[in-house]
Each structure stands twice: as C-alpha cells, then as structure tokens.
Design a protein around this ligand. Sequence first.
Ligand SMILES: NC(=O)c1ccc[n+]([C@@H]2O[C@H](COP(=O)([O-])OP(=O)(O)OC[C@H]3O[C@@H](n4cnc5c(N)ncnc54)[C@H](O)[C@@H]3O)[C@@H](O)[C@H]2O)c1
Length: 348
Amino acid sequence: MTVNIALNRTIDNSYDVEIAPLSKIHFDTKVIVVTNPKVSGFHLKYLLENISANELYIVTVPDGEEFKNFSTVENILENLFNHRLDRKSLLIAFGGGVIGDMTGFTASIYQRGIDFIQIPTTLLSQVDASVGGKTGINNKYGKNLVGAFYQPKKVLIDSHFLSTLGEREYSAGIAEIVKMAVTFDKDFFEYLENNDLKKTEVIEYAIKRSVEIKADVVARDEKENGIRAALNYGHTFAHVIEKESGYGTFLHGEAVSIGMVMANELSVKLGLMSDNEALKIEKLLDTYNLPINYDVKSVNIFYDAFFLDKKSSNGKISFILAKGIGDVEIKSDIADEDIKSVLTIFRS
Ligand SMILES: NC(=O)c1ccc[n+]([C@@H]2O[C@H](COP(=O)([O-])OP(=O)(O)OC[C@H]3O[C@@H](n4cnc5c(N)ncnc54)[C@H](O)[C@@H]3O)[C@@H](O)[C@H]2O)c1
C-alpha cells in the first residue's frame, strides 16, 4: 500500500532587496535584532532611529567567525524563548556575513521557522552573503557544513554602514564584486576598470549590479544544483589557502582574490582565457590592494587539500573557470597534471 503525501505546490518565496538609505519602518510584531558589539557600537543608534516594533529586543553575540557555531545559536535561541517570540515574530540580522548566516539559520529552526530580514553592514555581505538564502554555521568538521537554504523576507542595503569598515574589509568585498563581473557580465567588468569603487555613487551601482547578478543566478538555481556553483569561482583555491595559511591570516575575500588569479591561470592553460584578460583581472584586484600572489609550499599537499572541500564529490573536484571575461564554465574533468602545473607557477 502506498499513501501519497501530495506536496506538489508552488510556494512563492520571492523578496525584495532595497538598496537605499534606511527609512522608517514599524513592525507590528515582536522583533529581535541580532548583532555584535562592533556593529552595534557604530550603528545601532542609527538603526533604532529607523526601526521600531511592538516589542523590540537586541541580542549581542561575540564578534568573529570563530563564534559562528552551535553555541552562539543556542545563546540566540535562549533569548528568543526568554522573550517569548512566537511564530509571527521576526529576527533581524544586523551585521556582516557571520551575523547574517547565523541569524538566518536560527530563524530557520526556531519553532520550525520564523521570518527574518537581513540588514548587511559589510560590503561582502551587501553584495553577496545577504542575498540568496544560504544560512549556516561552522563545526569542527569545517566551515558552513551545518545549515539550511532559508530565504529572508527582505534585504535592506544601506551603503552608509560602509563608512566605518576597515580598508581590508572593504577590499575583501570588492573581490566578490569582481567575481560577479568576471563570471557573468563583461560590461560590468569594464565599468569596474574605469570607475573608482571608493566613490559612493560607484559603489552603490556596483552593489546593485552584483545583487542583480546574484538574484538572477539564485532564481535559476536556488539549491545549487547547477549554475549557482559558478558563484564559487576562485573559491576552490581560496578554501585551501584559508585552511593552509590558518584561518584569519587572509580575509575570505582576500583568499578569493588569490583563488581567482589561480583559476585564471588554469583557464589560460586550457585555452579558455587569454593572457591579456587574466592580466586585466589581476590589475583590477591589485588596484584595491587585494593579494594576487601566494606561495604554494608543496604542490602535492595543496592538490590533496582540494579533496577535503565539500565541493568535491566521488573523488572529482569541480573547478569554476572563467571563459574570457563575462562567461563561466564548470569543469570536473581537468587532468591532474594541468592543475599541478598551474600550482607550480605559484611556488616561490
Ligand atoms: N550565505 C552566503 O551566501 C555567504 C556568502 C559569502 C560569505 N558568507 C559568509 O560570510 C562570512 C563573511 O562575511 P563578512 O566578510 O561580512 O565577515 P564578518 O561578518 O565577520 O564581518 C567582518 C568584520 O567587520 C565587522 N563589521 C561589520 N560591519 C561593520 C561596519 N559597518 N563597520 C565596521 N566593522 C564592521 C564585523 O564585526 C567583523 O569584525 C563568512 O562566515 C562566510 O562564510 C556567506
């Protein structure tokens, strides 16, 4: 006997990303804002000038990737229970990608899921992490290995927050902007070459274009069964670099910068990209002091580390390779010798 559970219905999870100065909003429910001391020190006053709710509480968690774990999620959950949030209540993630990933994950599990809104405050989270519904935390087995696809109800992006961001953090966000342009939009890449991302109107346009590109990719492939993986361009190399150099040595965006340069060498080797195109990308990254060199101490150790990444499956690693500038290809049949010969270029 078979009983069919008929769940074949379409649920519309669409939402808006508003890129504009925050405007006054009142939420007719209980709200908890999750943030950290650094972000709240700089910007909580401004947030509270704009946001109100029937009841509003602030939960502050320690700052740093090392706190993106179960124990902080439990701490947030404890606060939700203590303040008696119900299924109509709302969480607001107010911070960078760490706060966004962790708050989104907590929202996905509290009473089987309550609404949340992203108010990203770093450039990286404004152009990438806050959009697309990947939420998660780290554990001893690795980064982002526990999580859920859980979309926010809204994303509010205000470039005002970027004024307090350190220079390295700002550039780390630029690396992700370059990633979007190289993989999906040649005209946008040319715009980046010809405009200064330190200017407000330029960064606002770059945020908007990056969000549009990501939104389009996520709409086509929400759960990363295909094209969404292209957003991991540079990341296969970057994950090894982050791990090998010790987390915290490079910011994630900095490791992605080196990773894109390495991936481009592979593209050049396979005839997918010209030397000139690879140089243009390096030059753009270098303009914002992003690292473009790395010392691969042992080609074999670096190569073996690819297989520990969660993107490898059945002993095959997928490489996301730019095809010229503005197009992308996902390849999982590259010969070991080609990969190793590219790694050799990065030996000092
Ligand atoms: N969900 C996704 O799709 C996705 C995509 C990319 C990255 N991520 C995740 O995002 C995280 C990285 O995000 P991040 O780079 O924003 O790091 P982060 O959240 O750690 O923020 C970096 C630092 O900047 C501080 N900060 C935040 N806003 C600030 C402001 N306005 N002024 C001054 N300082 C500020 C933070 O307190 C922190 O010290 C990683 O955990 C990564 O896994 C997720």
